[in-house]
Design a protein around this ligand. Structure first.
Ligand code: CP
Length: 314
């Protein structure tokens, strides 16, 4: 891997290799992953142009557990406010001998643009770009599903909520279909379903109860208010009434089904608190797994396990 920009176009073998590498990095009887020397001498810059709680911190922890030096670049306190362009900022950070940029940006394609402009020894990892992709989130989600369910080929998975604006949903759909999930359903109101999504290999449901029938994995999404025009915004009360996941609705799913959410959660909007904190919820395990999965991806990228191959859509 030279860069890790998206799930679209990646092979099943590569996704499985990431999951297997992450599994080899998971602690067996200890709470924390042991520190490894794999990226000693490397410098990784977290370049987040949008807010983040989980992604930025788990990338930082993952890099530190691989013995890399980490720079958390504070965009708000940087000279971008004085008119410095993104490429000039990158060139200056490169001049400090950085090896990898972990990039979150509100513009779809920003990490791809950066990957086209950095010198060959520098790698870019996409930490979420606009509505486009959030590939490391999807990989930690796949890791969590595999941990609980093993084989993907028998699985019915439902992704519920604001599919239209969700980079997480797009990356999850690419990952689930590539890994061979038996059925991927998306459940949302008409206004929050992108046109032509059936072409991605999913089945569309507009009614939550029908879509949840017998699924093994329930993946909830937050409403992305920051990416919506006000005309599209549903009221929170109304949204919860029709698309909120409640304990009653869990009667419809497979008895062993798990409930996932990438976070941040809006309790009482897309999910009832008792479900988010309930016995089926693996939401905090997703966060924990993010460390090992991001360690695996950074080690594979900077270790140049597949020299010259770039992880992005072809
Ligand atoms: N899931 C996710 O991307 O969370 P953050 O925005 O807190 O990083």
């Amino acid at each position: 891997l030279k860069h890790f920009l998206g799930i679209e176009g990646l092979s099943r073998e590569l996704l499985v290799e990431i999951l297997d590498t992450a599994a080899s990095l998971m602690p067996v009887n200890e709470k924390a992953v042991k520190k490894l020397p794999l990226l000693r001498g490397k410098t990784i810059v977290n370049l987040f142009f949008e807010p983040s709680t989980r992604t930025r911190t788990t990338f930082e922890l993952a890099a530190k557990r691989l013995s890399a030096d980490v720079l958390n670049f504070n965009i708000n306190a940087s000279s971008s406010s004085k008119g410095e362009t993104l490429l000039d900022m990158l060139n200056n950070l490169e001049a400090m001998q950085c090896d990898m940029f972990v990039v979150r940006h509100d513009q779809a394609g920003a990490p791809f643009f950066m990957a086209q402009h950095v010198p060959p020894h520098i790698s870019i990892v996409n930490a979420g770009d606009g509505r486009h992709e959030h590939p490391t989130q999807a990989m930690l989600d796949m890791f969590t599903i595999r941990q609980h369910k093993g084989d993907f080929s028998q699985l019915r998975v439902a992704i519920i909520g604001d599919i239209l604006h969700s980079r997480v949903a797009r990356s999850q759909i690419f990952a689930l279909t590539t890994l061979g999930a038996a059925e991927v359903r998306v459940i949302a109101p008409f206004t929050l379903i992108p046109k032509g999504i059936e072409n991605m290999g999913v089945t569309v449901f507009n009614r939550l109860k029908a879509g949840l029938k017998d699924v093994d994995v329930v993946m909830m999404l937050r409403i992305q208010r920051e990416r919506m025009r006000s005309a599209l915004l549903p009221s929170e009360h109304e949204y919860f009434q029709y698309y909120g996941l409640t304990e009653d609705l869990l009667m419809e799913v497979h008895p062993d089904a798990i409930v996932m959410h990438p976070g941040p959660i809006n309790r009482g909007v897309e999910i009832e608190s008792s479900v988010a904190d309930g016995a089926r919820s693996v939401i905090l395990q997703q966060v924990t797994n993010g460390i090992a999965v991001r360690m695996a991806i950074m080690a594979m990228v900077l270790g140049r396990g597949h020299e010259g191959q770039s992880c992005h859509s072809s």
